[in-house]
Design a protein around this ligand. Structure first.
Ligand code: SF4
Length: 168
């Protein structure tokens, strides 16, 4: 069965920085859950951060765009924990042969298309969270909780390709 890696907060686990969850209640989500298809992870908790925790944003250096740092609103550098969580997500993805993930939009770990700009002013920019970026490098297709029908279509494509491969 093709498994889907998901953000733990989307499964209803209260692991967000503020101790809340972002549980998804869509029918298709429930179906995936009943099929045992969902593998959940909170990279920030896995990386060693506590819940609740101070909100953090990615600060990028325009001079060296690959040198990203994650800083909390209190000024603490939590880059190491974010990177550790991303590595744990990569390890799980490789072990479970993950090809599709559904991650929480706009998170500095999980965001797949947009993140906050590091100014803590609610300003969003195009970009990926630390874990989403690491998973993308493995060619894992990442959707967010607002893209469930796209994820459903992609899952069908993966299943068809896998059936064709096993029929050869
Ligand atoms: S790191 Fe990801 S899974 Fe954990 S609370 Fe943030 S968005 Fe949810």
């Amino acid at each position: 069965m093709i498994k889907i890696l998901i953000s733990a907060c989307l499964e209803g686990q209260p692991v967000r920085y503020d101790g809340k969850a972002n549980g998804v209640e869509a029918k298709v989500w429930q179906k995936w859950q009943d099929e045992g298809r969902l593998i959940s992870l909170c990279p920030e908790v896995a990386g060693g951060l506590e819940t609740p925790r101070a909100p953090a944003e990615i600060i990028s250096d325009a001079q060296s765009p690959n040198h990203l740092q994650v800083i909390t609103i209190e000024g603490e550098n939590v880059t190491k924990a974010f990177k550790k969580g991303a590595q744990i997500a990569v390890d799980i993805a490789l072990k479970e042969e993950i090809k599709i993930a559904i991650l929480k939009a706009k998170s500095p770990s999980c965001g797949n298309q947009q993140i906050y700009d590091g100014s803590f002013s609610d300003t969003k920019i195009v970009g990926q969270g630390i874990t989403a970026s690491s998973l993308s490098k493995l060619n894992i297709k990442i959707f967010n909780e607002h893209q469930l029908s796209e994820a459903e279509d992609y899952l069908k494509q993966l299943e068809e390709a896998s059936q064709q491969a096993s029929a050869v």
